[in-house]
Design a protein around this ligand. Sequence first.
Ligand SMILES: [Zn+2]
Length: 150
Amino acid sequence: MKFILTKELGKLARWLRILGFDTVYYKGDNLGPIIIQALREDRRIITRKKGIRYLQKRIMVVSSEEVQRQLKELQKKLDLDIKEDKIFTRCTVCNELLEEVKKENIKASLPEYVYKHQDCFRQCESCKKVYWKGSHWDDIKKGVSQLRGR
Ligand SMILES: [Zn+2]
């Protein structure tokens, strides 16, 4: 399931990427390009704008303003399949898939204490951002467990 989100849903876009979903975040105001891209790449449009008259089946309007609730809405209406092993497989900045990297190769870009205490790293090929299982990791896992109702 792939998504394209309109500009008021930046936080949700970041979360969908954290959860491993292929998510385009569209910052423009004009809906033309979003509709074309949704059709061309078979993406579902997620928006808070009401009254879009095209592609009704492809559009989902979320009503909540808070990101955890928005995720709940998606989960309910789209039967979103959240898998733990997909978490942090995609760059939250540019949506590219992450590659595992040896820490020796990225030493220069890491804070010293991270280099010392972490062993598992992933990197975005495109923007070079490095990800590791820091303290935020547990928060995210907790958030995901809540979403899955456990
Ligand atoms: Zn990136």
